[in-house]
Design a protein around this ligand. Structure first.
Ligand code: MCN
Ligand code: MOS
Length: 779
């Protein structure tokens, strides 16, 4: 790979980059503001190999660190014999808890920080799970470090362990904070004409991004620079500063390109702490790259979960009560909760509910976010149970959902901001041809294939955090937008240029966007589907401030051809600044800057309150302190989706193939329809994995992930993916964001698993309540 500029120029894509600063412009479409289907600004750089990922940085004196992980789930480390490793060729250092430089514990997101786990490597002799990082070998080459790592011998004093959340010895911890209790569920349930009561579950899942977890840490001049694939450089900076006992401004985190995260790269994991500590101790850059196996055994993923759900309804299908208990696994010494009732409590008008949730400590790495965290178990159980109810009562599942329509958020009785879910049901049903479905199970077939149609609803909450952006206006007629926010493959580069284009009247292909660097203005995470809303808020406002400042300058600068003394005499329209009384002509920003003898004008603006302090702004960028939840400001804000699928089940073998998928989605105003569609499709494809393929197989004897590789932990490939239709039914929702958009990145997966399960039931008459739906469960 040559330099980015050379690579891009060679590809003739007109993409630009400058040394050390990666930028991307939309060179292929004409002027395109919000709503245009501009292609990905970073796409050319990525497909030509010119985009330089974290560990592709070339640093002088770079050495390689390899992580050694435990092979037992529980107990104490009695001794680590590093003699052979230290004597191996090329080895520079071997760190264990006995000799490691100090790493302080970082504050987790639950307790006001940004760390995704409290676990801190190389601090004690306690083994918490199989795959826990316990030594770090640094050598001149990756091969030397790998070889030496294999020479390390660890003696353990084993202890009892719990592997499975259903283990009778497990000790569930009730989570009162997740309770959803109102009305009198028991009394109402007794009046129900029809009930459904079943247990539902899903196994441990892994985010499995293409780019494994890896970083380069470089300590120099009392500063730590870390290149790491990250969904949140501000969070990474906060965590690394805590680990190393440094001030925030001594740490820089860079993440211009990410090869997928899906929740697993929210904040740095333990190998980053090891690389940072080693780099400081050795005074040279250290690269640490986990093996693919270690990305399963040592990195968070979706926790295994189960829930028992009972729905009672009257004879017409109106829900009278819900009773539910649920649990998810967590780490043995760290809690992590994904409530099984997050959607149960708001999707339908439920007058009486009693729903409680517990967390079960097991000897596993702390679970973490994975696409649509918090909603998955709840949606799968609720939307499968609704299908079961529709069959018991004998009404269409879409009709059942409409009969239970919630006019307001039942959990707090606030109005919805916008809820185009009825429109979604109608559009989705139409597109899949729902009316042609014979509801009788096993009634539709083509040859040896049983045909099934299924549907389900889904939702994901709207989160929002204030952010900043720098707008740079240049005398050559181009502009720049700078933000620390990242583009993990979603389209952030592209939509921010589109946002600024509308306000500045500059074509988006002339707006360079720089992202993924903590030296740029502060941003929250690309997580919880909130970055697009949070950053378009910030860029829109910052661009307006910059435009107003240029008007003021035009009115006041002695060299300005438009000097009037009062900015109110000037207007900005169609990219031109002109006297308010004139309808055409005037000066572009570039012409004005030239006339005033300036080559650039820049300012930082955004969505913080004007009087927000530095501390407030840092907290917003390095914790969840300023994150607004869905039930803020007296309205309830969510994205909504209706999923419809057609499956084919081979009658002899039980193999399930998804034949068609349709989703009608309410994500509010769509910033870029091409990219939103790609995101929805990506989520739906991940939903196929969740429904049919993905299952972390854990060895009950030692808690090791058995299928810790991409050959055995199976994710959907192109051959598994059918024709997918997505339909946008959203309307602008300015409660959710300045421009009216809602979340896009995660809503696509919501509802896919129950829709597929419901379709499998329709095809076969077999109801599978424990994911994934593998062929052996259909026999
Ligand atoms: N968008 C839009 N209109 C809107 C909102 C968003 O057109 N109203 C488009 C934009 O192109 C925007 C994208 O959708 O860049 C995603 O926006 P948003 O929903 O705000 O999600 P984030 O930017 O916060 O991205 C995170 C989200 C999450 S939480 C996971 S998990 C996930 C996802 O995005 N991981 C991904 N999509 C992913 N896509 C890729 N390629 N890789 C991942 O790791
Ligand atoms: Mo997404 S799992 O919230 O990063």
């Amino acid at each position: 790979v040559g330099t980015a500029a050379a690579g891009a120029a060679a590809a003739g894509l007109g993409l630009s980059t400058s040394a050390g600063a990666i930028e991307a412009t939309d060179a292929t479409t004409a002027r395109s503001g919000i709503g245009a289907g501009a292609v990905r600004a970073d796409g050319g750089l990525k497909i030509t190999g010119a985009a330089r990922y974290a560990i592709e940085q070339q640093l002088d004196g770079l050495v390689h660190g390899v992580v050694v992980s435990s092979t037992t789930p529980s107990g104490r480390i009695v001794a680590v014999d590093t003699t052979a490793a230290e004597a191996a060729p090329g080895v520079i250092a071997v760190y264990t808890a006995a000799n490691a430089p100090q790493i302080f514990q970082a504050t987790t997101t639950d307790t006001g920080g940004a760390a995704v786990e409290a676990f801190t490597p190389l601090r004690d002799d306690l083994v918490r799970y199989n795959g826990m990082h316990l030594a770090f070998v640094v050598a001149g080459t990756f091969e030397e470090a790998t070889e030496a790592a294999h020479l390390i011998r660890v003696d353990y004093e084993p202890d009892d362990f719990i592997i499975d959340l259903n283990d009778p010895n497990a000790q569930p911890e009730p989570m009162a904070g997740a309770d959803a209790i109102w009305g009198d569920a028991a009394a109402a349930m007794a009046t129900a004409a029809v009930t459904v009561e079943e247990e539902y579950s899903h196994p441990r899942n892994y985010s499995a991004p293409m780019e494994p977890h890896a970083c380069i840490a470089s300590w120099a001049d009392d500063r730590m620079t870390v290149w790491e694939p990250s969904q949140w450089v501000g969070g990474g900076r906060a965590v690394i500063a805590e680990w190393m006992g440094l001030d925030l401004d001594q740490v820089q985190v860079l993440s211009p390109y990410v090869g997928g995260g899906f929740g697993s790269k929210i904040a740095p994991h333990a190998h980053v702490a090891m690389a940072c500590a080693a780099s400081r101790a050795l005074n040279r850059p250290v690269k640490a790259s986990l093996t693919r196996q270690q990305t399963f055994t040592g990195i968070s993923g979706r926790p295994a979960a189960r829930t028992t759900l009972k729905i009672g309804a009257d004879a017409e299908g109106r829900i009278v009560a819900i009773e539910q208990t649920g649990a998810n696994e967590a780490a043995i010494d760290e809690s992590y909760m994904e409530p099984s009732n997050s959607v149960t409590k708001l999707m339908y008008a439920v007058p009486n509910i009693h729903s409680v949730h517990s967390v079960v400590p097991v000897n596993a790495r702390r679970p973490g976010w994975m696409r649509a965290p918090m909603e998955t178990m709840s949606i799968f159980a609720l939307e499968t149970a609704m299908d079961e109810l529709s069959y018991k009562i004998g009404i269409d599942p879409v009709e059942l959902r409409l009969r239970n329509w919630a006019d307001r958020d039942p959990s707090d009785n606030t109005p919805w901001s916008t809820r185009q879910l009825r429109e979604a049901y109608i559009a989705g049903a139409e597109a899949i041809g729902w009316s042609a479905r014979n509801p009788e199970p096993r009634s539709m077939r083509e040859g040896r294939e049983l045909i099934g149609y299924g549907m389900a609803a889904g939702t994901y909450p709207i989160l929002r955090t204030p952010a900043e952006a720098r707008i740079v206006l240049l005398a050559d007629g181009s502009a720049e937008v700078h933000s620390a926010g990242v583009d993990i493959g979603t389209g952030t580069y592209t939509i921010l240029a589109q946002t600024a284009a509308d306000i500045l009247g500059i074509p988006s292909q002339r707006i360079r966007v720089r992202l993924g660097d903590t030296s740029l203005p502060r941003s929250p995470l690309a997580g919880g589907s909130q970055l697009a809303n949070s950053l378009t808020d910030a860029v829109h406002t910052a661009a307006q401030s910059a435009r107003d400042a240029v008007l003021a300058l035009a009115a006041s600068d002695p060299a300005s051809p438009l000097r009037t003394g009062d900015a109110r005499d000037l207007v900005f329209s169609d990219g031109m600044i002109r006297p308010a009384r004139r309808l055409s002509g005037g000066y572009s920003i570039a012409e004005l800057l030239q006339a005033m003898g300036r080559d650039r004008f820049e300012m930082v603006g955004g969505s913080f309150a004007a009087d927000a302090t530095e501390a407030t702004r840092n907290a917003a960028a390095g914790s969840f302190a300023a994150m607004q939840g869905p039930n803020s400001n007296g309205v309830s804000k969510h994205s909504w989706i209706a999923q419809f699928v057609e499956v084919r089940v081979d009658e002899d073998f039980g193999t399930v193939r998804v034949k068609r998928m349709v989703a009608a989605v309410d994500s509010g105003l769509i910033y870029n329809p091409r990219l939103a569609e790609s995101q929805w499709q990506g989520g739906m494809i991940m939903g196929i994995g969740q429904a049919l393929l993905e299952e972390g197989v854990i060895d009950p004897r030692d808690g090791r992930t058995v299928n810790a590789n991409l050959a055995d932990y199976v994710v959907p490939v192109n051959a598994d993916v059918p024709e997918i239709t997505t339909i946008s039914v959203g309307i602008p929702d300015t409660y959710s964001s300045t421009l009216g958009g809602k979340g896009v990145g995660e809503i696509g997966i919501c509802g896919v698993a129950p829709a597929i399960g419901n379709a499998v039931f329709h095809a076969t008459g077999r109801r599978i309540r424990h994911l994934p739906i593998k062929l052996e469960k259909l026999h």
